[in-house]
Ligand binder design. Structure first.
Ligand code: COA
Ligand code: ZN
Length: 306
């Protein structure tokens, strides 16, 4: 059997939260349907955050009420505090993700709390999730570099990750929020977490400096088997100056497939989903492989119609 790598699509959350154009719930559902059509089975569908802080995510409760439900599809939602957690539970969310940034300033900017307070809140939410039978996921954000404080010490990422596991997190997502990691810095962080099982870790890279795939390779070599990405590289972070989009899902799926790893995704269908995301957001999208995928898709269509 081929080694399976889970691709967790974060376009509907990380991607849409930084778009100038706010999509309504129906448009967000259309994007999610296009992603499901590519074989994606793990999706961060939205966040329960203050609509004043992130208006693009207003209506996430309504969205969850309308998501196509099939046993094999895992949806998660980001929650920054207890209020978000409660709203998520009311909406029937089964998997919640908290965000703990590794620096003081980033927590202040993102959630208006100190590093210490955010750590307590995230730990409490992970405890509750475990007690309530939900999957608890925890981002350690700005794990390599913070736009305000510079390089993040790997020891800090390690200690925050261990704190979150102790509290009950099932998975820690090591997040390069501003796309500043490189394969050497990825190794330095993952080496510190090498005693963990592969299922306990995921990596989240932005492609700001074009190194996201190289960082994926370094993570794979450390046994990581889950990655976040967003369709067409949609995204950024409204609270991190300079952050551009996530690693594009089609680039990730193409590389993993070419390496003989199984993702369950159809890269040519992903090319169509990029188009859907582009029309919905009004933003030109597409990863490094986009032109090649478009050409190959067109050739395949010609063969099918011949
Ligand atoms: N969902 C919806 N509304 C929320 C909320 C949540 N999770 N948490 C707080 N609110 C509301 C409060 O009810 C209050 O509303 P009111 O002014 O109408 O009374 C308002 O937001 C302010 O609440 P307060 O507790 O004072 O929060 P704050 O202003 O200090 O903001 C956060 C803190 C965490 C709510 C806000 O910074 C936030 O939503 N951040 C999310 C950032 C994000 O999504 N970043 C990207 C992902 S990494
Ligand atoms: Zn991100």
């Amino acid at each position: 059997m081929r080694d399976f790598v889970t691709i967790n699509e974060v376009g509907p959350r990380d991607g849409l939260q930084s778009q100038g154009k706010t999509l309504d719930v129906n448009q967000r559902l259309q994007l999610i349907q296009a992603l499901l059509d590519c074989g994606i089975r793990s999706i961060e569908a939205g966040s329960f955050v203050s609509p004043r802080a992130v208006p693009q995510m207003a209506g996430t409760g309504e969205l969850f009420g309308q998501l196509p439900q099939r046993g094999e599809i895992a949806y998660s939602a980001l929650v920054p505090n207890l209020r978000g957690y409660e709203l998520a539970r009311e909406a029937g969310v089964r998997s919640v993700a908290v965000v703990l940034s590794a620096t003081e300033t980033m927590n202040q900017r993102n959630v208006n709390m100190s590093l210490e307070r955010t750590t307590e809140v995230c730990a409490e939410l992970m405890q509750r999730a475990r007690a309530d039978g939900l999957e608890g996921r925890a981002y350690v954000a700005v794990a390599f570099e913070c736009p305000f404080e510079g390089a993040t010490p790997p020891a800090v990422v390690e200690s925050l990750s261990r704190r979150l596991f102790e509290a009950g997190a099932r998975k820690v997502i090591v997040a390069d929020t501003i796309g500043a990691a490189n394969p050497a810095s990825v190794r330095r962080v993952l080496e510190r977490l090498s005693d963990l099982d592969a299922v306990q870790l995921s990596c989240h890279f932005h492609d700001t400096r074009g190194m996201a795939l190289a960082n994926v390779l370094a993570s794979l070599e450390h046994g990581v088997r889950e990655f976040d990405s967003s369709i067409g590289g949609l995204g950024g972070c409204p609270f991190s100056p300079g952050a551009t989009g996530n690693l594009a899902t089609e680039d990730l799926a193409l590389m993993l497939g070419a390496m003989g790893l199984d993702t369950g995704l159809d890269v040519f269908a992903l090319c169509d989903a990029v188009q859907v995301a582009q029309v919905l957001t009004g933003t030109p999208l597409g990863g490094h492989s986009h032109r090649w995928l478009q050409r190959e898709s067109a050739k395949r269509r010609e063969v099918q119609h011949a």
